[in-house]
Design a protein around this ligand. Structure first.
Ligand code: F6R
Length: 241
């Protein structure tokens, strides 16, 4: 495990973008595993900036996203497909046929998950997986208690996640109750894992996940066992370690 200390959010985003662009430069046809959430938005913005300057080229890159709500069509403003296009894909040259996000519009969970695992296998596995971390230690939608050995699967969102997401929808009823997510096994099989974390609200969980016991109660803690795991955090997120 490597820990990189950044001054602030901007510095964290730049350092994470540096690691991703190094990956793309070293292997132009690499497979990037990507994440949504607030934390990586600055990383994507930095990559877009370097793309515009001609410093990084995504024309041969394949991307696989961590997760998607079950039941939301791609064009729904709260789908992760939509989020990724708005925050990254629409501004760089990743080829549309090399963009993969679990198919939230497929109501057949077993099929959707099986197909997604097949996609990841067929593209040769993930070279670099970008992750955020939830305050309870979740990665992707793998909540505390989730088995470590799962591939892509369907999860029931916890009440706290539904409540937290309510603000993005017109009513609580509209918040999806389930999501498709890469499992911990899928994430652990990535050849490199890069986590970004910022803000004081992440300090406790960062300490618990990376300086406490490895346990399914803290899903991110398994990353202690990953042979090439890099955590890039700002001062606040790393303040307790
Ligand atoms: C995103 C994802 C989540 C987030 C986590 C942190 O695709 O799967 O695990 O990484 O909830 O979210 P933020 O970055 O908003 O704090």
């Amino acid at each position: 495990m490597k820990i990189i200390r950044a001054k602030d959010y901007k510095d964290m985003s730049r350092k994470a973008a540096n690691i991703i662009s190094a990956q793309v430069i070293m292997k132009p046809n690499c497979v990037l595993g990507l994440a949504t959430g607030g934390t990586p938005v600055g990383t994507y913005a930095q990559l877009i900036d370097w793309y515009n300057k001609g410093d990084v080229d995504f024309s041969e890159v394949t991307t696989v996203n961590l997760d998607e709500y079950r039941g939301l069509p791609r064009d729904h403003e709260q789908s992760y497909w939509y989020f990724m296009h708005k925050n990254f894909f629409d501004s760089v040259n990743v080829q549309p046929d090399r963009i993969f996000v679990p198919d939230g519009s497929n109501p057949n969970a077993e099929e959707a998950c099986r197909e997604y695992d097949a996609i990841i296998r067929n593209v040769g596995g993930i070279d670099l997986q970008l992750l955020g971390i939830g305050e309870d230690g979740h990665i992707g939608f793998n909540e505390p208690g989730e088995a470590f050995e799962l591939g892509t699967h369907c999860v029931d969102l916890t009440e706290s996640t539904i409540n937290a997401n309510q603000r993005f929808f017109n009513s609580r009823d509209e918040v999806p109750r389930q999501a498709y997510t890469m499992g911990i096994k899928t994430i652990m099989q990535a050849r490199k894992v890069l986590m970004v974390a910022n803000g004081a609200n992440k300090a406790e969980i960062i300490k618990k996940a990376f300086f406490g016991p490895v346990t399914p109660e803290v899903p991110a803690s398994i990353l202690q066992m990953h042979p090439d795991f890099i955590l890039v955090g700002d001062q606040e997120a790393l303040s307790l370690i």
